[in-house]
Ligand binder design. Structure first.
Ligand SMILES: Nc1nc2c(ncn2[C@@H]2O[C@H](COP(=O)(O)OP(=O)(O)OP(=O)(O)O)[C@@H](O)[C@H]2O)c(=O)[nH]1
Length: 333
């Protein structure tokens, strides 16, 4: 063994021992390191040289955000990173940093961590990941639920309205109604674009259900004009006071409900022009989700860092995307 590798005798000895014992999988875990720590990177390079691994995995915490690019690049320069694992996807981070890590290492994401336990370690699946990143929710799951729960004769109308980008209070009301029908509420919520984290944080389903019912009571005191309008200026003070009085709620609560509506309307307006697919026709969604949609929803700084829409297309390929997903970024391969 060359002298400089003696430091890593433990790793080398460990790997040799386990190989002799015919272990299928041997994992050498280095301690956490940061790109500023040159000596630790050198140590990691030496461990890699000494143990000659089949695969080097860069494990990143999704909360580091855009710092992921520099961090991943520093890893790639020291050792031949071949895959990425993104942890803490259960937190607030959407995982945009993972795209940067993939760009920097030119390696696919293979697993994601969604919690602290063994069963919260999942094989990476590109569709839900990208949907979450874009704030779109899990479209395919959502579509399945829509087909399951929304009465057949109402489906085309609802989907048509959504694709027109006119997200009115009435649509919100109808969606709330459907959501309450769908249950278990947590699972369904997490599939709807914009509905998941803010409106219904994990573990507080009961509270959220009560909030939705409260919102619906307030909307019951609205006129048809108010429910069907997409003009934000319509809701003046006197209308808000009338709704509060009519529903026995505080003005503050009506305003909170209207804020929630505005937030959802903003998210759903990104779907304007999108042809919502029929059941089992995700490719229709993919075809219609073009580069223009993408550039609207991704943070601009991030888009730039990964080389614009073209770079994004390449990344999705590297992330192991299916042909369907490639279609999302402007027409497939
Ligand atoms: N919520 C959540 N917690 C996680 C996840 N992955 C790891 N953790 C927790 O984060 C903490 C740190 O995890 P470690 O696996 O020790 O992190 P590490 O990077 O190997 O740490 P070093 O010892 O510095 O190398 C532990 O409490 C884990 O349970 C995840 O996906 N979600």
């Amino acid at each position: 063994m060359p002298p400089k590798l003696r430091f890593h005798f433990m790793e080398v000895e460990g790997v040799e021992t386990f190989k002799k014992e015919n272990c299928d999988l041997i994992i050498v875990d280095t301690s956490g390191r940061h790109k500023q720590e040159a000596a630790l990177f050198e140590e990691m390079r030496q461990v890699s040289e000494a143990t000659n691994p089949d695969l080097v995995i860069f494990v990143m915490d999704s909360s580091i955000g855009q710092a992921a690019f520099d961090q991943a690049q520093a890893f790639k320069q020291s050792v031949s990173v071949g895959a990425v694992i993104v942890t803490k996807m259960d937190g607030h981070a959407k995982g945009g940093g993972a795209l940067s890590a993939v760009a920097a290492t030119k390696s696919p994401v293979i697993f994601i961590g969604t919690g602290e336990h063994m069963d919260e370690f999942e094989v990476f699946d590109v569709k839900p990941f990208v949907s979450r990143l874009l704030g779109m929710g899990d479209w395919s799951g959502f579509m399945d639920k829509i087909h399951e729960v929304v009465p057949m004769d109402q489906q085309p109308e609802l989907l048509q309205k959504l694709s027109e980008g006119n997200f009115t209070l009435r649509i919100m009301y109808e969606q709330f109604q459907n959501i309450l029908k769908m249950g278990p509420i947590g699972q369904v919520f997490s599939m709807l674009p914009g509905f998941s984290s803010e409106l219904m944080p994990k573990g507080r389903e009961k509270e959220s259900q009560a909030k939705i019912k409260r919102y619906m009571t307030m909307m019951d005191s609205m006129t048809n004009e108010e429910l069907d309008s997409s003009n934000p200026k319509l809701m003046n003070d006197s209308r808000i006071m009338r709704i509060a009085r009519g529903s026995g709620r505080q003005v503050r609560e009506v305003m909170e409900m209207l804020e929630e509506y505005k937030r959802l309307a903003k998210i759903w307006s990104k779907m304007k022009g999108l042809k919502i697919p029929k059941k089992g026709e995700m490719s229709a969604l993919s075809r219609n989700m073009n580069a223009q949609h993408m550039s609207k929803v991704l943070p601009q700084g991030m888009l730039k860092q990964i080389g614009g829409v073209g770079g994004l297309q390449n990344l999705m390929k590297q992330m192991g995307s299916t042909k369907d997903m490639m279609g999302m970024f402007g027409g497939g391969e």
